[in-house]
Each structure stands twice: as structure tokens, then as C-alpha cells.
Design a protein around this ligand. Structure first.
Ligand code: GLN
Length: 231
């Protein structure tokens, strides 16, 4: 039985759009640091998987409801999440920044009084903004994906948004008309997540593969391709 059993095909959820970690290339195929890392690790460790791109909030929810086997989505390892999920070794570090429209006069949290702030449901950025909401007296509007959140700020409905620094700066470099006006808050690690106590083998293989692609230079090549190339 065991010798003929088919290897399990895991379902791994990712965010719909979170460049440079995941985004749809022309033709609809997903690429990005998370996707390329997952691919390289899967090759090393013989992991079969199919990718499921859904909103970040839905990915986290479906993981906790056992509807997917893992999540790779620039997901921060946090003490709260560790109660529900097991995380891989860290593969990136990032913090949260505030961004405003290019021509905006909003320079700091104090300027947000009475204004609306756009947040992405279920993210570390949303949690951080929520924690300073009453202190600075702003209102909150939630979005399911980063692009719609940016757009609400761009068109002036919201005064600011909160996003992960590498993602916001990559977006701005690639033409999103926003600017970053804060330092990074709540810096922490990104990890691949499985439901707590589940899929231990998948997690073990992910960590082994991550170690291997760090050792053989593939990891660095992937990160450099998206973040440090001069194209
Ligand atoms: N890093 C953030 C978090 O873990 C946002 C992730 C995302 O939007 N894909 O909440």
C-alpha cells in the first residue's frame, strides 16, 4: 500500500496581488518571491502542490478552517497567529509603513484626525492601524486586496493606507502614485504557515528546502531578481 500510494497534492493559498511576493504575470500565471521560493523548495523536496490565489484574509481563514494545507503570502509570524498556526523558518523580514497620495499634505499620524484610513482585512498593517485608531481619531475602511486599498487613497477617498514596506516601495517604484511618510513599525519575519499541529511533514520539507535553496544560492537569486535588479 505505502509503496504505491500517490504523493499528496497539497493546496497552498497565496494572496491575489502582493508584488513582489506574488502577482499575476501576463498570461495569468503567478510569480513573485513567494511563488518562486515555493517552486524551488517543492522541486528540492518533491512536494506536489496546487496554488490557490485568494484574498489574504480568506487565505488565513481557510487555513484555520483546514480548507487549504498551507499559506505563503508575505505572512508575518506573530504571537497571536502562532496560537492557530505553525510557521516555517523565517524567509524575509518586513515592517508596516503608512502611505499617502503623492500630493497629499498628510505627513504624520496626527494629520489623520477625522479622516479615513484604508486597510487590508486581516493584515499586520490593519492590526497596527487599529491599535492607534482612537489615539489619532481616524475612521477605517477595509479592502480585500492591496490594489483596491491603494486606489482608494490615490483617488482621495481615504487619506492614507498601511502596507508592508517592501510591497509599498516596490509598488511605488512601479508606478503607484503614493508616497511613504512613516518609518517601519512592527518589523518581523515572514513565514510559510500550516494549521497548528497539522501538516508537520509539509512544514518539515519546507524548512529543509528553504535551507537547501539558501545554501545553493537560489534563494538569493530569487530575491535579487525581484528586489535588486536594475530593470
Ligand atoms: N505581512 C502582512 C501580514 O502578515 C500582510 C500580508 C499580505 O497582505 N499578503 O499580515
Amino acid at each position: 500500500f505505502a509503496s504505491t500510494a500517490q504523493a499528496k497534492t497539497y493546496t497552498i493559498a497565496t494572496d491575489t496581488t502582493f508584488a513582489p511576493f506574488e502577482f499575476q504575470a501576463k498570461g495569468g500565471k503567478y510569480k513573485g518571491i513567494d511563488i518562486d521560493i515555493l517552486n524551488a523548495i517543492a522541486k528540492k523536496e518533491n512536494i506536489k502542490y496546487k496554488l490557490k490565489a485568494i484574498s489574504f484574509g480568506a487565505a488565513v481563514q481557510q487555513l484555520s478552517a483546514n480548507q487549504v494545507d498551507g499559506v505563503i503570502a508575505g505572512m508575518n509570524v506573530t504571537p497571536e497567529r502562532k496560537q492557530t498556526f505553525d510557521f516555517s523558518d523565517a524567509y524575509y523580514t518586513s515592517g508596516v509603513v503608512m502611505a499617502v497620495a503623492k500630493g497629499s499634505s498628510v505627513k504624520s499620524f496626527k494629520d489623520l484626525k477625522g479622516k479615513t484610513v484604508a486597510l487590508k482585512t486581516g493584515t499586520a498593517g490593519a492590526t497596527y492601524a487599529k491599535s492607534i485608531e482612537s489615539k489619532y481619531g481616524f475612521k477605517i475602511k477595509y479592502f480585500n486586496d492591496s490594489n483596491n486599498m491603494y486606489n482608494d487613497v490615490k483617488v482621495g477617498n481615504s487619506a492614507a493606507c498601511f502596507e508592508d514596506y517592501p510591497v509599498m516601495s516596490y509598488g511605488i517604484k512601479n508606478g503607484i502614485a503614493l508616497k511613504i511618510v512613516s518609518k517601519q513599525y512592527e518589523a518581523g519575519d515572514y513565514g510559510f504557515a500550516v494549521k497548528k499541529g497539522k501538516n508537520a511533514e509539509l512544514l518539515k520539507k519546507f524548512n529543509a528546502g528553504l535551507k537547501a535553496i539558501k545554501a545553493d544560492g537560489q534563494y538569493k537569486k530569487i530575491v535579487d531578481k525581484y528586489l535588486h535588479s536594475s530593470e
